[in-house]
Design a protein around this ligand. Sequence first.
Ligand code: ZN
Length: 86
Amino acid sequence: MVSCKTIIAHLSEYLDGEATPEMRQTIERHLRGCHRCNVVYDSTRKMLIITGDERIFEVPTGFSDRLHRFLDDAVLEGPPAQETKK
Ligand SMILES: [Zn+2]
């Protein structure tokens, strides 16, 4: 049995894809059966996704103009009628 401590110690390696195949298997097997490590794994993964998404802020030139035009069009068209007949 692998301890939670070992799993968590190797989580970032695993998420970076740098863990050995044996370690990947060990971690995956452990995560399936261990809620605590699953929570740690999940929040670590989400944190990495958020960090990766920061690249979105490097928007190409003209993008925000297009975005504003799109938003203007959307506002002009107006939201769909929200009458619900019951
Ligand atoms: Zn665990």
